[in-house]
Design a protein around this ligand. Structure first.
Ligand SMILES: [Ca+2]
Ligand SMILES: [Ca+2]
Ligand SMILES: [Ca+2]
Ligand SMILES: [Ca+2]
Length: 138
């Protein structure tokens, strides 16, 4: 059964998802899916610099509008080749958290482009109407 998980219904959706009592760690990073902010990417540190419920490693949505597209790519480009302390450094674009924004981060971003942020246990954003496909809820 498909659910429409708008923000108001989110708590209910999440409750039903986690009510089975199963302990599942899909990506094997030691964080159970029920509390993993990137359920498909190993990120044991759960680093989420914009605190939107999506770990940086699965959150290419730099402007937090619910989709990852050229707007985010442009934000990324502004920060590319910067480092902590630099004027252009954007901590949200430092996907791997090493203090530098370089080709390692660009490669991570490439894997996120044109996808909604996540999948995540507990993302706070409403997904774009057109891209909601229910895959993490079934
Ligand atoms: Ca993870
Ligand atoms: Ca995030
Ligand atoms: Ca975006
Ligand atoms: Ca980096």
């Amino acid at each position: 059964m498909k659910k429409s998980c708008q923000l108001g219904a989110y708590v209910l959706c999440f409750a039903s998802l986690s009510s089975h009592g199963d302990v599942i760690d899909t990506d094997g990073d030691g964080i159970n899916d029920a509390s993993d902010n990137c359920t498909l990417i190993p990120n044991p540190d759960q680093r989420d610099t914009d605190n939107d419920g999506y770990g940086n490693l699965c959150d290419g949505d730099l402007n937090n509008d619910g989709s990852t597209n050229t707007l985010d790519l442009n934000l990324y480009k502004l920060a590319h080749r910067s480092a902590v302390g630099g004027a252009n450094y954007n901590v949200d674009a430092d996907f791997n958290g090493d203090g530098q924004i370089n080709t390692l981060d660009l490669n991570i971003y490439k894997g996120l482009h044109r996808k909604p942020p996540g999948a995540s246990c507990c993302g706070l954003l409403i997904w774009d109407q057109g891209t909601w496909d229910n895959t993490i809820w079934e």
